[in-house]
Design a protein. Structure first.
Length: 133
């Protein structure tokens, strides 16, 4: 039972046609293997208390995007610092994209560094992944 529909029906205690916040979190955990982020869970609770099948589908897709962003960030953060400086990014480019010009490296880094603080964090990568899909 790994389809969204089957999971929705399984976690819909009492067959009321919707999931409570707790049921939704359990269902997403079941389907993705990861808990909803605190930010996502808080946003959901602020919006409503009853969640239909479409809400579950959106939550699962959002969670998958966050997981993808985490994988990308972990691959880039080879020093496991929790952030990436331009120097770190440039070193990665030297190893994997030797012919990339400095100007292009700077442009890419600045675009990913959404808050322009000089470092790229997991949150920056999450924003890029979510906006690209």
């Amino acid at each position: 039972m790994k389809s969204n529909r089957e999971a929705f029906e399984y976690f819909d205690e009492g067959q009321k046609g919707y999931l409570t916040s707790h049921e939704l979190k359990c269902c997403v955990l079941y389907l993705t293997g990861t808990k909803l982020s605190k930010i996502s869970a808080r946003r959901l609770r602020e919006v409503k208390k009853e969640f239909g099948f479409q809400d579950l589908t959106k939550a699962v897709e959002s969670q998958k995007k966050e997981d993808q962003a985490t994988e990308i960030f972990n691959a880039l953060d080879i020093n496991q610092q929790g952030y990436l400086t331009f120097e770190d990014f440039s070193t990665l480019c030297d190893t994997h994209a030797k012919h990339m010009k400095t100007e292009l490296r700077e442009t890419i880094f600045k675009e990913v560094d959404a808050n322009e603080d000089g470092i790229v964090t997991l949150r920056d990568i999450q924003k890029i992944v979510k906006s690209s899909q």
